[in-house]
Design a protein around this ligand. Structure first.
Ligand code: THU
Length: 132
């Protein structure tokens, strides 16, 4: 999977963003270990706390369809900067990440950063901690 294709899917998903309150549109695309792509957008709510971020929409779609390992996730917010996942989304990515999951922060199809989970969530609390 090329990064640009995943960013392009996230850009497409961003068009469906439901963000009447913040007007901040976000799109995400998850590539699963077996090559499937699930997309998502942020979905806001009049009760602000009920808002769901784009990353979690995409991840929950993948997991609910039986795909529990994220090979890569692309995230696109504003076009004049890179939009990093919020803290809650970083934790959810950690739950379904593998050793080499790639987190792609896209401005456009040909302008993106590629990060590891350890770079954006060092010392993550994961299921391994529950086994200690
Ligand atoms: N948002 C996301 O969708 N993903 C993030 O990682 C950051 C924030 C959304 C939530 C809300 O709809 C809007 O951006 C402003 O916070």
């Amino acid at each position: 999977m090329e990064y640009d294709k995943l960013v392009s899917k996230a850009l497409e998903a961003r068009k469906n963003s439901y963000s009447p309150y913040s007007k901040f549109k976000v799109g995400a695309a998850v590539l699963t270990e077996d090559g499937k792509i699930y997309t998502g957008c942020n979905i806001e709510n009049a009760s602000y706390g009920a808002t769901n971020c784009a990353e979690r929409t995409a991840i929950f779609k993948a997991v609910s369809e039986g795909h529990k390992t994220i090979k890569a996730i692309a995230i696109v917010g504003v076009e004049n900067g890179y939009t990093y996942p919020c803290g809650i989304c970083r934790q959810v990515i950690a739950e379904f990440a593998s050793e080499d999951t790639e987190i792609i922060l896209g401005k456009s199809e040909n302008d993106y950063l590629v990060k590891t989970l350890d770079e954006i969530l060092p010392g993550a609390f994961t299921k391994k901690d529950l086994e200690k």
